[in-house]
Ligand binder design. Sequence first.
Ligand code: KG4
Ligand code: ZN
Length: 345
Amino acid sequence: MITLGIESTCDDTGIALLQGDKLLCNLVASQIEIHRPFGGVFPELASRGHAHHLLPLLDQALKTTGLLLEEIDLITVAYGPGLMGSILMGVTCAKTLALALQKPIQFVNHIEAHLFACAMQTEKPVMFPALGLVVSGGHTSLVFMEDFSSYTLLGETQDDALGEAFDKVAKLLHLPYPGGPEIEKLARLGDPSVYPFRPAVVKGKPFAFSFSGLKTKVLYTVRGEKGENKEREPSIEEKQNIAASFQSAVFLDLCQKLEKAHAIWSPKSILLGGGVTHSQTLRSLLEHASFAEKVIFPDKDLSQDNAAMIAGLGAWKHQRVKEGDALTVKPKPRIPWKKCKSITH
Ligand code: KG4
Ligand code: ZN
């Protein structure tokens, strides 16, 4: 079965083709250069970027694989969460193809797909029950998973997503967007013990995350106690130490929450997904955790936004879920986790 994956929920346009489980091609058109001057994603420009890239990428994917459009058996697309205008581009493209080619569509939750990317690597099998941690530019969620598509939310961010916090701290340090890779590079040369940064503890929610207080702490460190020196650029040594202290604080927070959740729920696998998992520092840190043998990261080219994970999860779901009249399914900029229950621990 040939599955087409379409990703357009934020600023990356992705087209992928899968044959059964085998990834034939995974193309991503990045818009980083367009959004860099704004220090974050400019939504209208992101939508226009998808309109510009989607069909040429599809053409390129067909040329690369030697497939014909008519040979696609299933069309899969991320229908949320994300930016409404951006999602609409991918969903409209998918519905139009489905109607023209008379092929089925499967709609996919973008965050679930980040976790499914772990099942597409070949080193370790994913086993259930599992814990899933998604850390991306828009999301930070820890879930208990009975299977793919069956989740209990254990905790999520109360304010900034982790990738967003990386991007905002990078901006304060006068580093380009996206901030995560820049902070990681600088942090290698810094001393993580110089600044006593710590993410906030969320009262009564042991698995919730909060990064905005930490980001404000960085702001005061850079600009003075009242944030008065708005134009101040820290020295290179200061930047390295801030980057190292910030990165070490937030990754320690992730590791401690995973350790605690592991002790309570005894999962067989621990899946990590989302752009922040591109960090080699985070990958190396978790190699030393007590539960390291259960940890699964996606391959690096599937850790940031891509359409291969959409096609993978879409094909998996298509064998199990009947979508009904797919052409009436609407984009969902905010999708709640399925089977959300509150937790008492
Ligand atoms: O999953 P993703 O590609 O897009 C969203 O769905 O949001 O994640 C993008 C985020 C950005 O905020 C970026 O700064 C962060 O992932 N990121 C990193 C690293 N590489 C990308 N954060 C920390 N360390 C990295 N090496
Ligand atoms: Zn993402």
